[in-house]
Design a protein around this ligand. Structure first.
Ligand code: C5P
Length: 232
């Protein structure tokens, strides 16, 4: 089904629902979707997700579930019942876990998009060696993305650099949601590898996750407009 919503997902990494709702009040649901992650969800819970949805926003519930198949299936189903647009699980939970998550959504009246998290972009080769995973991150990302696709997931969370490789290996329509986005001149903060919005889309990213470049800007709506303008 064609996606008529925005490619841009604003990460609401706040520690209170009032801060999150205040930022949302400065944005337009037709130009930006919103991501609720572990920090905000842990303090504000499903109520903040409902509040954002009542204001017309699509919500990506980024809780990166990783547990036994039964638990993950029920968690993903709870996210669907909450009405979220997108949610995710760790692909390293394996194909049985991912398949259970997908199957839990089969009879939903509103089925969220389900993504697999491949290798966290904060992890480098040394981190993988420490875990005895014995591969470069990109090889591991490719394996996990293949497993996510064969388990019936809608796409993956990956870096823009990885999106370029994955876009050559996956069916068109396989989603690639990329964080680590900065406009030219922005501070990179704690992100190690940053990519501009237009370079990320050129690499194959279907959706961009942007946090502080928007949430810390003086005029978040204008920053959203600038980013979207840079994509056309
Ligand atoms: O502020 P910034 O644009 O760096 O925020 C990026 C967002 O994307 C944060 O919510 C972060 O948790 C998330 N993220 C990430 N790298 C990943 C997965 C998610 O930066 N690999």
């Amino acid at each position: 089904m064609p996606d008529h919503g925005s490619k841009l997902i604003v990460a609401l990494d706040f520690s209170s629902s009032s801060e999150a709702l205040s930022l949302a009040s400065r944005l337009d649901p037709s130009t930006a979707r919103l991501k609720v992650g572990k920090q905000l969800f842990t303090v504000a819970g499903p109520d903040v997700v409902r509040d954002l949805q009542e204001r017309g926003f699509d919500v990506f519930l980024d809780l990166k579930f990783h547990d036994i198949p039964n638990t993950v299936a029920h968690a993903v189903r709870a996210a669907a019942d909450l009405g979220v647009w997108m949610t995710n699980v760790h692909a390293s939970g394996g194909s049985r876990m991912m398949t259970a998550a997908r199957e839990a959504l089969v009879d939903c009246s509103h089925r969220p998009l389900l993504l697999g998290v491949t290798v966290l972009t904060s992890m480098a080769r040394a981190d993988l060696d420490e875990l005895n995973w014995g591969a470069d991150p990109i090889d591991r990302v490719c394996e996990l993305a293949r497993l996510a696709e064969s388990s019936g997931l809608d796409g993956v969370v990956c870096s823009a650099a990885e999106a370029q490789v994955l876009s050559q290996r996956h069916q068109p329509g396989f989603l690639m949601v990329t964080p680590g986005i900065r406009q030219a001149g922005d501070a990179s903060d704690d992100q190690r590898r940053v990519v501009t919005p237009s370079d990320a889309v050129a690499a194959g990213a279907t959706h961009l996750v942007v946090g502080r470049s928007i949430t810390a800007s003086d005029d978040p709506a204008a920053t959203v407009a600038n980013i979207l303008a840079s994509l056309v």
